[in-house]
Design a binder for this molecule. Structure first.
Ligand code: C5P
Length: 399
Protein backbone atom coordinates (compact mmCIF):
# COMPACT_ATOMS: atom_id res chain seq x y z
CA UNK A 1 0.00 0.00 0.00
CA UNK A 2 3.02 2.27 0.16
CA UNK A 3 3.85 1.71 -3.51
CA UNK A 4 3.80 4.96 -5.46
CA UNK A 5 2.81 7.04 -2.45
CA UNK A 6 4.68 10.31 -2.00
CA UNK A 7 5.86 10.56 1.57
CA UNK A 8 7.45 13.82 2.65
CA UNK A 9 9.81 13.02 5.49
CA UNK A 10 10.63 16.05 7.63
CA UNK A 11 13.81 15.57 9.61
CA UNK A 12 14.51 17.89 12.52
CA UNK A 13 17.54 18.20 14.75
CA UNK A 14 17.50 15.59 17.48
CA UNK A 15 19.83 12.73 18.27
CA UNK A 16 17.25 10.28 16.89
CA UNK A 17 17.84 11.52 13.31
CA UNK A 18 19.87 8.41 12.55
CA UNK A 19 16.65 6.40 12.94
CA UNK A 20 15.00 8.59 10.29
CA UNK A 21 17.57 7.19 7.85
CA UNK A 22 16.31 3.66 8.58
CA UNK A 23 12.74 4.85 8.04
CA UNK A 24 13.66 6.53 4.73
CA UNK A 25 15.30 3.32 3.60
CA UNK A 26 12.40 1.03 4.57
CA UNK A 27 9.77 3.32 3.02
CA UNK A 28 11.78 3.49 -0.22
CA UNK A 29 12.19 -0.29 -0.27
CA UNK A 30 8.42 -0.60 0.18
CA UNK A 31 7.93 1.38 -3.05
CA UNK A 32 7.18 4.85 -1.67
CA UNK A 33 8.60 8.02 -3.20
CA UNK A 34 10.35 9.61 -0.24
CA UNK A 35 11.11 13.34 -0.37
CA UNK A 36 13.19 14.51 2.55
CA UNK A 37 13.17 18.01 3.97
CA UNK A 38 15.82 18.66 6.62
CA UNK A 39 15.98 21.56 9.02
CA UNK A 40 19.26 23.39 9.54
CA UNK A 41 19.59 21.82 13.00
CA UNK A 42 19.20 18.33 11.54
CA UNK A 43 22.26 19.03 9.37
CA UNK A 44 24.34 19.20 12.54
CA UNK A 45 23.66 15.49 13.11
CA UNK A 46 23.66 13.94 9.65
CA UNK A 47 24.40 15.05 6.10
CA UNK A 48 21.80 15.21 3.31
CA UNK A 49 23.90 12.71 1.37
CA UNK A 50 22.70 9.91 3.67
CA UNK A 51 19.07 10.55 2.73
CA UNK A 52 19.88 11.24 -0.92
CA UNK A 53 21.59 7.86 -1.20
CA UNK A 54 18.75 6.06 0.57
CA UNK A 55 15.86 7.69 -1.30
CA UNK A 56 17.47 8.44 -4.70
CA UNK A 57 15.99 11.93 -4.39
CA UNK A 58 17.62 15.22 -3.63
CA UNK A 59 17.11 16.57 -0.11
CA UNK A 60 15.54 19.96 0.40
CA UNK A 61 16.81 22.26 3.09
CA UNK A 62 16.64 25.88 2.22
CA UNK A 63 13.72 27.79 0.73
CA UNK A 64 16.10 30.29 -0.82
CA UNK A 65 18.55 27.83 -2.32
CA UNK A 66 19.76 29.04 -5.69
CA UNK A 67 21.03 25.65 -6.82
CA UNK A 68 18.83 24.70 -9.81
CA UNK A 69 18.11 21.23 -8.50
CA UNK A 70 17.08 22.54 -5.13
CA UNK A 71 15.23 25.57 -6.41
CA UNK A 72 11.76 24.29 -6.03
CA UNK A 73 8.54 26.08 -5.60
CA UNK A 74 8.28 26.52 -1.86
CA UNK A 75 4.96 24.78 -1.64
CA UNK A 76 5.51 22.08 -4.29
CA UNK A 77 6.02 19.26 -1.81
CA UNK A 78 3.01 20.28 0.22
CA UNK A 79 0.89 19.71 -2.87
CA UNK A 80 2.27 16.38 -4.00
CA UNK A 81 2.54 14.77 -0.56
CA UNK A 82 0.18 11.91 0.25
CA UNK A 83 1.37 12.22 3.83
CA UNK A 84 3.96 14.25 5.70
CA UNK A 85 5.80 12.59 8.57
CA UNK A 86 8.19 14.44 10.85
CA UNK A 87 10.80 12.10 12.30
CA UNK A 88 12.15 12.94 14.77
CA UNK A 89 9.96 15.89 15.72
CA UNK A 90 11.62 18.18 18.24
CA UNK A 91 9.71 20.23 20.80
CA UNK A 92 10.84 23.19 18.70
CA UNK A 93 9.14 22.08 15.46
CA UNK A 94 5.98 21.17 17.37
CA UNK A 95 5.92 24.64 18.93
CA UNK A 96 6.54 26.33 15.58
CA UNK A 97 3.71 24.51 13.84
CA UNK A 98 1.37 25.08 16.78
CA UNK A 99 2.12 28.76 16.47
CA UNK A 100 1.77 28.84 12.69
CA UNK A 101 5.39 29.75 12.02
CA UNK A 102 6.76 29.08 8.56
CA UNK A 103 10.36 30.16 8.70
CA UNK A 104 11.96 27.26 6.86
CA UNK A 105 11.07 24.73 4.17
CA UNK A 106 9.66 22.13 6.55
CA UNK A 107 7.33 24.40 8.53
CA UNK A 108 6.27 26.17 5.32
CA UNK A 109 5.41 22.85 3.69
CA UNK A 110 3.40 21.70 6.73
CA UNK A 111 1.51 24.99 6.90
CA UNK A 112 0.65 24.85 3.20
CA UNK A 113 -0.41 21.22 2.91
CA UNK A 114 -3.81 19.54 2.85
CA UNK A 115 -2.14 16.15 3.34
CA UNK A 116 -2.24 14.44 6.75
CA UNK A 117 0.75 15.26 8.94
CA UNK A 118 2.23 12.84 11.46
CA UNK A 119 4.66 13.89 14.19
CA UNK A 120 6.99 11.35 15.78
CA UNK A 121 8.37 13.36 18.70
CA UNK A 122 11.64 12.36 20.37
CA UNK A 123 13.15 14.42 23.13
CA UNK A 124 14.35 14.46 26.70
CA UNK A 125 11.58 13.39 29.10
CA UNK A 126 11.55 16.76 30.86
CA UNK A 127 10.95 18.53 27.52
CA UNK A 128 8.19 16.06 26.59
CA UNK A 129 6.53 16.50 29.98
CA UNK A 130 6.91 20.28 30.04
CA UNK A 131 3.41 21.84 30.18
CA UNK A 132 4.13 23.91 27.09
CA UNK A 133 4.94 20.77 25.04
CA UNK A 134 1.88 18.99 26.51
CA UNK A 135 -0.26 21.97 25.49
CA UNK A 136 1.24 22.14 21.99
CA UNK A 137 0.76 18.44 21.58
CA UNK A 138 -2.92 18.66 22.55
CA UNK A 139 -3.45 21.62 20.19
CA UNK A 140 -1.86 19.76 17.29
CA UNK A 141 -4.10 16.73 17.89
CA UNK A 142 -7.17 19.00 18.10
CA UNK A 143 -6.27 20.46 14.76
CA UNK A 144 -6.18 17.02 13.17
CA UNK A 145 -2.45 16.36 13.22
CA UNK A 146 -1.32 12.89 14.29
CA UNK A 147 1.16 12.36 17.08
CA UNK A 148 2.92 9.07 17.66
CA UNK A 149 3.55 8.88 21.39
CA UNK A 150 7.25 8.58 22.15
CA UNK A 151 8.34 5.29 23.68
CA UNK A 152 9.61 4.84 27.20
CA UNK A 153 13.22 3.70 27.53
CA UNK A 154 16.83 4.76 27.75
CA UNK A 155 17.44 8.27 26.42
CA UNK A 156 20.55 9.75 24.87
CA UNK A 157 21.00 11.78 28.04
CA UNK A 158 21.51 8.51 29.92
CA UNK A 159 18.26 8.64 31.90
CA UNK A 160 15.18 6.49 31.57
CA UNK A 161 11.83 7.93 30.63
CA UNK A 162 9.34 8.74 27.89
CA UNK A 163 10.88 10.44 24.90
CA UNK A 164 12.45 7.77 22.71
CA UNK A 165 11.57 7.65 19.04
CA UNK A 166 9.34 4.59 18.48
CA UNK A 167 10.67 1.71 16.36
CA UNK A 168 10.60 2.16 12.58
CA UNK A 169 7.91 -0.53 12.25
CA UNK A 170 5.62 1.39 14.60
CA UNK A 171 6.08 4.58 12.57
CA UNK A 172 5.40 2.70 9.33
CA UNK A 173 2.21 1.22 10.84
CA UNK A 174 1.02 4.74 11.65
CA UNK A 175 1.81 5.92 8.12
CA UNK A 176 -0.14 3.02 6.61
CA UNK A 177 -3.04 3.62 8.95
CA UNK A 178 -3.22 7.31 8.07
CA UNK A 179 -2.88 6.62 4.33
CA UNK A 180 -5.63 3.99 4.55
CA UNK A 181 -8.18 6.19 6.23
CA UNK A 182 -10.09 6.75 3.03
CA UNK A 183 -9.81 3.07 2.09
CA UNK A 184 -12.64 0.78 1.03
CA UNK A 185 -13.41 -0.13 4.65
CA UNK A 186 -13.59 3.48 5.87
CA UNK A 187 -16.43 3.88 8.34
CA UNK A 188 -16.75 0.12 8.85
CA UNK A 189 -16.31 -1.59 12.19
CA UNK A 190 -14.68 -4.99 12.16
CA UNK A 191 -14.09 -7.43 15.00
CA UNK A 192 -11.29 -9.97 14.59
CA UNK A 193 -10.35 -12.78 16.96
CA UNK A 194 -6.85 -14.23 17.00
CA UNK A 195 -4.67 -16.83 18.65
CA UNK A 196 -5.32 -20.13 20.34
CA UNK A 197 -7.37 -20.15 23.54
CA UNK A 198 -5.83 -21.41 26.79
CA UNK A 199 -8.12 -23.65 28.80
CA UNK A 200 -6.80 -24.05 32.33
CA UNK A 201 -6.31 -27.45 33.96
CA UNK A 202 -4.96 -25.98 37.20
CA UNK A 203 -3.24 -22.67 38.08
CA UNK A 204 -0.14 -23.77 36.13
CA UNK A 205 -1.21 -25.86 33.16
CA UNK A 206 -3.41 -25.15 30.19
CA UNK A 207 -4.77 -26.99 27.17
CA UNK A 208 -3.99 -25.00 24.04
CA UNK A 209 -3.06 -25.42 20.38
CA UNK A 210 -0.42 -24.38 17.89
CA UNK A 211 -2.05 -21.17 16.65
CA UNK A 212 0.46 -18.28 16.48
CA UNK A 213 -2.19 -15.59 16.00
CA UNK A 214 -0.44 -14.37 12.82
CA UNK A 215 -3.47 -14.74 10.52
CA UNK A 216 -5.76 -12.82 12.90
CA UNK A 217 -3.21 -10.06 13.45
CA UNK A 218 -2.65 -9.76 9.69
CA UNK A 219 -6.42 -9.40 9.22
CA UNK A 220 -6.70 -6.77 11.93
CA UNK A 221 -3.83 -4.73 10.49
CA UNK A 222 -5.05 -5.06 6.91
CA UNK A 223 -8.56 -3.93 7.91
CA UNK A 224 -7.08 -0.98 9.81
CA UNK A 225 -4.99 -0.02 6.78
CA UNK A 226 -8.15 0.02 4.65
CA UNK A 227 -9.82 2.48 6.99
CA UNK A 228 -11.81 0.16 9.27
CA UNK A 229 -12.23 0.68 12.98
CA UNK A 230 -10.90 -2.61 14.29
CA UNK A 231 -11.31 -4.48 17.56
CA UNK A 232 -8.90 -7.36 18.01
CA UNK A 233 -9.79 -9.97 20.62
CA UNK A 234 -6.62 -11.90 21.21
CA UNK A 235 -5.26 -14.68 23.35
CA UNK A 236 -1.65 -14.40 24.58
CA UNK A 237 0.68 -14.49 21.54
CA UNK A 238 4.31 -13.65 20.86
CA UNK A 239 3.29 -10.93 18.40
CA UNK A 240 3.68 -7.18 18.90
CA UNK A 241 0.45 -5.41 19.73
CA UNK A 242 -0.61 -3.60 16.54
CA UNK A 243 -1.06 0.17 16.68
CA UNK A 244 -4.35 1.92 16.02
CA UNK A 245 -6.45 -1.11 16.94
CA UNK A 246 -8.63 -1.60 20.02
CA UNK A 247 -7.28 -4.66 21.79
CA UNK A 248 -9.04 -6.94 24.19
CA UNK A 249 -7.02 -9.72 25.81
CA UNK A 250 -8.59 -13.03 26.76
CA UNK A 251 -7.42 -16.53 27.57
CA UNK A 252 -10.31 -18.98 27.46
CA UNK A 253 -13.11 -19.69 24.99
CA UNK A 254 -15.68 -18.55 27.56
CA UNK A 255 -13.86 -15.22 28.03
CA UNK A 256 -13.58 -14.83 24.27
CA UNK A 257 -17.31 -15.42 23.86
CA UNK A 258 -18.07 -12.66 26.39
CA UNK A 259 -15.76 -10.19 24.67
CA UNK A 260 -17.13 -11.08 21.23
CA UNK A 261 -20.68 -10.51 22.49
CA UNK A 262 -19.69 -7.02 23.69
CA UNK A 263 -17.63 -6.14 20.63
CA UNK A 264 -20.16 -7.13 17.96
CA UNK A 265 -22.75 -4.59 19.06
CA UNK A 266 -22.99 -2.35 16.01
CA UNK A 267 -20.22 -4.09 14.08
CA UNK A 268 -20.25 -4.74 10.33
CA UNK A 269 -18.30 -8.00 10.38
CA UNK A 270 -16.94 -10.59 12.77
CA UNK A 271 -13.93 -12.53 11.56
CA UNK A 272 -13.18 -15.48 13.82
CA UNK A 273 -9.57 -16.32 13.01
CA UNK A 274 -8.92 -17.57 16.56
CA UNK A 275 -8.29 -21.24 17.09
CA UNK A 276 -10.84 -21.73 19.82
CA UNK A 277 -10.35 -24.91 21.85
CA UNK A 278 -13.29 -27.24 21.34
CA UNK A 279 -12.94 -28.66 24.84
CA UNK A 280 -12.31 -27.28 28.28
CA UNK A 281 -11.61 -29.12 31.52
CA UNK A 282 -14.89 -29.89 33.32
CA UNK A 283 -13.51 -28.82 36.67
CA UNK A 284 -10.41 -26.67 36.88
CA UNK A 285 -8.35 -27.56 39.94
CA UNK A 286 -7.87 -24.64 42.32
CA UNK A 287 -4.47 -25.99 43.39
CA UNK A 288 -1.62 -27.33 41.29
CA UNK A 289 -2.22 -31.02 40.61
CA UNK A 290 0.64 -33.01 42.16
CA UNK A 291 2.28 -35.70 40.06
CA UNK A 292 2.39 -37.99 43.12
CA UNK A 293 -1.33 -38.57 42.51
CA UNK A 294 -0.37 -41.06 39.78
CA UNK A 295 -2.00 -41.21 36.34
CA UNK A 296 -4.43 -38.46 35.61
CA UNK A 297 -7.69 -38.59 33.74
CA UNK A 298 -9.23 -35.29 32.78
CA UNK A 299 -12.88 -34.92 31.96
CA UNK A 300 -13.30 -32.50 29.07
CA UNK A 301 -16.52 -30.79 28.15
CA UNK A 302 -17.40 -28.73 25.07
CA UNK A 303 -16.59 -25.03 24.97
CA UNK A 304 -19.29 -22.73 23.61
CA UNK A 305 -19.22 -22.47 19.82
CA UNK A 306 -18.77 -18.70 19.70
CA UNK A 307 -19.34 -18.28 15.99
CA UNK A 308 -22.40 -20.54 15.82
CA UNK A 309 -24.03 -18.94 18.86
CA UNK A 310 -23.32 -15.24 18.27
CA UNK A 311 -26.39 -13.25 17.23
CA UNK A 312 -26.64 -10.19 15.02
CA UNK A 313 -26.99 -8.90 11.49
CA UNK A 314 -23.26 -8.48 10.83
CA UNK A 315 -21.23 -10.61 8.42
CA UNK A 316 -19.84 -13.78 9.96
CA UNK A 317 -16.58 -15.12 8.68
CA UNK A 318 -15.09 -18.33 10.04
CA UNK A 319 -11.98 -20.38 9.52
CA UNK A 320 -11.81 -24.09 8.88
CA UNK A 321 -8.51 -25.76 9.59
CA UNK A 322 -8.86 -29.25 8.21
CA UNK A 323 -6.61 -32.21 7.60
CA UNK A 324 -9.08 -34.03 5.32
CA UNK A 325 -12.10 -33.36 3.06
CA UNK A 326 -11.35 -29.64 3.07
CA UNK A 327 -14.07 -28.39 0.74
CA UNK A 328 -16.86 -30.66 2.01
CA UNK A 329 -16.12 -29.75 5.63
CA UNK A 330 -15.91 -26.05 4.83
CA UNK A 331 -19.28 -26.14 3.01
CA UNK A 332 -20.80 -27.86 6.04
CA UNK A 333 -19.43 -25.12 8.27
CA UNK A 334 -20.98 -22.35 6.13
CA UNK A 335 -24.39 -24.02 6.57
CA UNK A 336 -24.19 -25.19 10.17
CA UNK A 337 -22.78 -21.97 11.57
CA UNK A 338 -24.76 -19.73 9.15
CA UNK A 339 -21.62 -18.07 7.84
CA UNK A 340 -21.15 -15.62 5.00
CA UNK A 341 -17.66 -16.87 4.26
CA UNK A 342 -15.33 -19.64 5.34
CA UNK A 343 -11.57 -19.49 4.97
CA UNK A 344 -10.50 -23.10 4.67
CA UNK A 345 -6.97 -24.34 4.88
CA UNK A 346 -5.52 -27.80 4.70
CA UNK A 347 -3.11 -27.83 7.63
CA UNK A 348 -1.22 -30.79 6.20
CA UNK A 349 -0.08 -28.71 3.21
CA UNK A 350 3.34 -27.11 3.03
CA UNK A 351 3.40 -23.25 3.42
CA UNK A 352 0.10 -23.43 5.23
CA UNK A 353 -1.33 -23.16 8.68
CA UNK A 354 0.14 -22.73 12.12
CA UNK A 355 3.13 -20.50 12.76
CA UNK A 356 3.94 -19.99 9.05
CA UNK A 357 4.13 -16.52 7.53
CA UNK A 358 2.37 -17.81 4.43
CA UNK A 359 -0.93 -19.53 3.94
CA UNK A 360 -2.77 -21.36 1.18
CA UNK A 361 -6.49 -21.10 1.58
CA UNK A 362 -9.77 -21.68 -0.20
CA UNK A 363 -12.57 -19.15 0.26
CA UNK A 364 -16.09 -20.54 0.27
CA UNK A 365 -19.18 -18.38 0.49
CA UNK A 366 -22.86 -19.22 0.85
CA UNK A 367 -23.01 -20.44 -2.76
CA UNK A 368 -20.46 -23.15 -1.92
CA UNK A 369 -18.20 -22.18 -4.84
CA UNK A 370 -14.53 -22.54 -3.87
CA UNK A 371 -12.11 -19.70 -4.66
CA UNK A 372 -8.66 -21.27 -4.53
CA UNK A 373 -5.92 -18.81 -3.62
CA UNK A 374 -2.26 -19.45 -4.33
CA UNK A 375 0.34 -19.61 -1.56
CA UNK A 376 0.81 -16.05 -0.35
CA UNK A 377 1.76 -14.11 2.78
CA UNK A 378 -0.81 -14.05 5.56
CA UNK A 379 -1.12 -10.31 4.98
CA UNK A 380 -1.98 -10.90 1.30
CA UNK A 381 -4.49 -13.60 2.30
CA UNK A 382 -5.97 -11.09 4.75
CA UNK A 383 -6.45 -8.57 1.94
CA UNK A 384 -8.14 -11.17 -0.27
CA UNK A 385 -10.53 -12.06 2.56
CA UNK A 386 -11.24 -8.35 3.07
CA UNK A 387 -11.91 -7.95 -0.69
CA UNK A 388 -14.72 -10.47 -0.20
CA UNK A 389 -15.91 -8.64 2.93
CA UNK A 390 -16.08 -5.37 0.98
CA UNK A 391 -18.15 -7.06 -1.75
CA UNK A 392 -20.43 -8.75 0.79
CA UNK A 393 -21.02 -5.43 2.55
CA UNK A 394 -22.10 -3.89 -0.76
CA UNK A 395 -24.48 -6.80 -1.43
CA UNK A 396 -25.97 -6.84 2.04
CA UNK A 397 -25.32 -3.57 3.82
CA UNK A 398 -25.76 -3.70 7.56
CA UNK A 399 -29.30 -2.93 8.70
O1 C5P B 1 -16.07 -26.05 14.08
P1 C5P B 1 -14.68 -25.55 13.88
O2 C5P B 1 -13.91 -25.48 15.18
O3 C5P B 1 -13.90 -26.27 12.86
O4 C5P B 1 -14.89 -24.08 13.33
C1 C5P B 1 -13.86 -23.21 13.19
C2 C5P B 1 -14.38 -21.78 13.24
O5 C5P B 1 -15.27 -21.62 14.32
C3 C5P B 1 -13.28 -20.79 13.47
O6 C5P B 1 -13.62 -19.59 12.82
C4 C5P B 1 -13.26 -20.63 14.98
O7 C5P B 1 -12.74 -19.37 15.35
C5 C5P B 1 -14.73 -20.79 15.33
N1 C5P B 1 -14.96 -21.45 16.61
C6 C5P B 1 -15.71 -20.83 17.56
N2 C5P B 1 -15.96 -21.44 18.77
C7 C5P B 1 -15.48 -22.66 19.01
C8 C5P B 1 -14.74 -23.33 18.04
C9 C5P B 1 -14.49 -22.70 16.86
O8 C5P B 1 -16.16 -19.71 17.34
N3 C5P B 1 -15.73 -23.22 20.17
Amino acid sequence: MLTGKTIVLGVTGGIAVYKAADLASKLTQAGAVVRVIMTKNALEFVTPLTFEALTSNSVIIDMFDTDAEHRINHIALSEIADVIVIVPATANVMAKITGGLADDMLTTTVLATHAPVIFAPAMHTAMWENPVTRENSAKLVNRGYYIIEPAVGRLASGGLGQGRLPETEVIISHIKMVLGQKGDLAGKRIVVTAGGTHEPIDPVRVISNRSSGKMGYALAEAARDRGAEVTLITTPTALNRPVGIRISEVETAVQMQKEVAKAVIDTHALIMAAAVADYQVAETSVNKIKKERGDLTLKLVHTPDILAEVKGTFLKIGFAAESQDLIANARKKVKNKKLDLVVANDITEEHSGFGADTNKVVLIGKDGMPENLAVMSKRAVADRILDRVVRLLVDQPKA
